[in-house]
Design a protein around this ligand. Structure first.
Ligand code: SF4
Length: 722
């Protein structure tokens, strides 16, 4: 073991959720690491949750790591170790054949919000700028795309207006469709501490379940599933009736209020309360708390986004900020919490089927020309690529032939996994690029590419508050595993795109990404690795000069001296064509699949405190498995009684697309008619016991293409072993 003085310390960022907590890791030698919270990181100030605190165990345990490229010529053969050249030569040959025979849209990449920004950037550049298809999508589609569209339609840009420091400046939190006490714990700890120091701070939680977060609320609005818009519209109505709106802000800084007013008055308060399944008084109290607050922050995640009407849910929530003018000021604003560590970075480089770098729009011809000129590649296709769900549908029906899956495990995380299984079975060629042999998706791989993990590669990530943090390389990857950017660059060379992917360092990739943002709303042209290493983290925008940016000269000087831009829209001007935010009149009908006599219950899914996604990392840590060690189904006592189900009994949950077995947890934490299953569990336990996505459906929001995970019609019955 190295002596104490020799021990090397590195600062990095937790690679789990979008809070983006800073960590400090000490290399103790002999493969041993020590980890603690980085007290200097402004997002987390030294705090870490249970997952973050145990992150180093996943880095030290290499027992499950993929070490060498592997390949097989058909799925009946076992995978066999090959060289990098052989694996990439074959992959390039097959991609070229399909592209020539069926066109560029026959191939695609399905990537992850855990990829670093540089990785996203090169994959996006390769497929859109050189292969000629827009078939790149990401598992971030499953968590944040409704919020992206919501921000764009209201504020004119996919832009989170607030920062974490606004938490301590707010006195009312409206937490909806989120359980941050479990899923964004360090943000929640800041809210808790703030409330403890200021008992007048009000917390409103909207959730059909009594979660850990809801149990700490001053007001829990336990609405019926799918009635979020009815609730927010009703709150808007109360605001207008009581003249709790900011008329001057509405007139000078927004448009669309008249249509909104007409919409929210279509239902009486009594009708809305009945639909939501809560009292009129609770709706009025929520409106009062928001009105009385000097600082009003709404926070939301998948409960709003993962819905067939996810965009509308976002719009109706942001409306509450726009009619009250509670945005663009300290302690005020709509705050979508990103699920994944770098979902924001992926959006910044345009790593989705409908986007281009720097939040440019793929369907805008001028944007396509700009990017094509910048990359120097071929003409960018004007056809949006397949989104996550569409990609697997296209594989299943033969429109797509090959898929390259990077750092994600769709066989557990996608909705309707039976369709995903069929799609991967039907696919002519599947590449899986991952770190772990615990990914269920490997079963269908024709080529396996071992990737470097967290701490084994450098790059950047952007957290929920637009904060970009640099992550240094600290360890060598095991075996022959390579950094994802290097893998893609090598493949691009094999495809013949030698010049455009001839990067000699990762900072070159990052510099190119920064240059691509010049003059846009998310301009970070003033940023590079040196600045990031010195400042540790920076919030965008961070332009190179105030000529190219949209930032006022005096604000520009200030942000260069600080760590970037804390808040957006402080001058009341938005990124829309007329600089006014758009208030939307949002209809409140739900378009999820319907319940009926065969499937009378609604199932919703979510995360548990100590697991992350499909458990390929957190599932390796004993301490984390002790919290909840197996999947379960929360069911209300009345629903259980009607079905003769008792607590802890194994039940079968049946839906229109599949079924699964799981242990029942009879609890009043869910409303009658609702049940809940965690989304993490797949075949990692040896069967598909408790795999919630056997049941979910492929319906998605037409604008965001985000799937409807939160509303699945099911029936539950006692399980009788065949
Ligand atoms: Fe990591 Fe999120 Fe926990 Fe912070 S809150 S330590 S980023 S998992």
């Amino acid at each position: 073991m190295s002596s104490k003085s020799n021990r090397k310390k590195y600062k990095s960022t937790c690679s789990y959720c979008g809070v983006g907590c800073g960590v400090e890791i000490t290399d103790l030698g002999n493969g041993k690491l020590q980890l603690e919270g980085d007290k200097e990181h402004p997002s987390s100030k030294g705090m870490l949750c249970s997952k973050g605190m145990n992150l180093h165990y996943t880095a030290m345990d290499k027992s499950d790591r993929l070490l060498f490229p592997e390949m097989r010529f058909n799925r009946n053969m076992p995978l066999q170790r090959v060289s990098w050249d052989t694996a990439l030569d074959r992959t390039a040959a097959i991609f070229k054949t399909f592209i020539q025979k069926y066109g560029p849209d026959s191939v695609g990449f399905y990537v992850s919000g855990q990829c670093l920004t540089e990785e996203y950037y090169v994959i996006n550049k390769l497929i859109k700028g050189f292969i000629g298809s827009n078939n790149i999508d990401t598992n971030s589609r499953l968590c944040m795309s409704s919020a992206v569209v919501g921000y764009k339609l209201t504020l004119g840009e996919d832009s989170v207006p607030v920062c974490y420091d606004d938490i301590e400046l707010a006195d009312c939190f409206f937490v909806t469709g989120a359980n941050p006490a479990w899923c964004h714990p360090i943000i929640w700890r800041r809210v808790e501490a703030h409330k403890q120091a200021n008992p007048n701070v009000k917390i409103i939680v909207v959730d059909p379940r009594r979660t850990q977060t809801a149990s700490q609320a001053d007001l829990h609005l336990q609405i019926n599933p799918g009635t979020d818009i009815t609730l927010t519209n009703a709150i808007g109505r109360v605001m207008i009736e009581n003249q709790w709106i900011d008329q001057s802000f509405i007139t000078n800084n927004t448009e669309g209020f008249e249509a909104y007013q007409t919409q929210v008055f279509q239902k009486t308060l009594a009708e809305s309360a009945e639909i939501c399944g809560i009292s009129i008084e609770k709706i009025e109290l929520a409106a009062k708390y928001i009105h009385e607050a000097k600082g009003f922050i709404s926070m939301w995640t998948m409960g709003l986004n993962q819905s067939v009407i996810g965009v509308n849910k976002n719009l109706s929530l942001i409306d509450l900020h726009l009619i009250t003018g509670k945005i663009g000021r300290e302690g005020n604003g709509p705050f979508s919490l990103t699920g994944q560590p770098n979902a924001m970075g992926g959006r910044e480089v345009g790593g989705l089927a409908n986007m281009l770098p720097a939040h440019r729009d793929l369907l805008n011809p001028a944007h396509r020309e700009e990017v094509q000129a910048f990359w120097g590649g071929i003409k960018i296709s004007d056809k949006a690529g397949f989104s996550a769900t569409e990609m697997f549908e296209a594989l299943a029906d033969g429109r797509m032939k090959a898929i390259w899956v990077v750092c994600t495990n769709p066989l557990v995380s996608m909705p309707d996994v039976t369709l995903v299984e069929k799609a991967l079975e039907k696919a002519k060629f599947v590449v899986v690029q991952d770190i772990s042999n615990r990914s269920d998706t490997l079963k269908f791989a024709d080529v396996v590419l071992p990737a470097a993990a967290w701490l084994e590669k450098e790059g950047t990530m952007t957290n929920s508050e637009r904060r970009i943090t640099y992550l240094p390389k600290m360890l060598d990857a095991p075996g022959e595993a390579k950094a994802d950017t290097e893998i893609i660059n090598l493949f691009a060379q094999k495809m013949g795109f030698t010049e455009a992917f001839n990067y000699t360092s990762l900072s070159e990739v990052y510099d190119e990404h920064c240059r691509s943002t010049k003059g846009t709303n998310i301009d970070i042209s003033g940023l590079n690795y040196e600045i990031l290493k010195e400042k540790r983290s920076v919030q965008w925008p961070y332009p190179a000069d105030n000529q190219s940016s949209k930032i006022e000269p005096e604000v520009f000087e200030k942000l260069k001296n600080e760590q970037g831009t804390k808040r957006l829209f402080t001058d009341g001007r938005f990124y829309t064509y007329n600089q006014k935010a758009k208030i939307h009149a949002v209809p409140d009908e739900n378009r999820s699949e319907s319940t009926d006599e065969n499937f009378p219950l609604v199932m919703t899914t979510g995360r548990i405190r100590d697991q992350w996604h499909t458990m390929t990392k957190t599932g390796k840590v004993n301490k984390l498995n002790q919290h909840i060690d197996q999947p379960y189904l929360e069911i209300h006592p009345e629903d259980a009684l009607q079905r003769n189900i008792v607590d802890n009994q194994i039940v079968e949950v049946i839906g229109r697309r599949g079924k699964t077995q799981v242990k029942a947890k009879v609890t009043t934490d869910v409303k009658q008619g609702l049940c809940f299953m965690p989304m993490h569990f797949g075949k990692i336990l040896g069967s598909d016991f408790g795999r919630a996505n056997n049941l979910t459906n492929s319906l998605y929001d037409p604008r965001s293409k985000e799937p409807d995970f939160k509303f699945t019609a099911v029936e539950v019955r006692a399980y009788i072993k065949p």
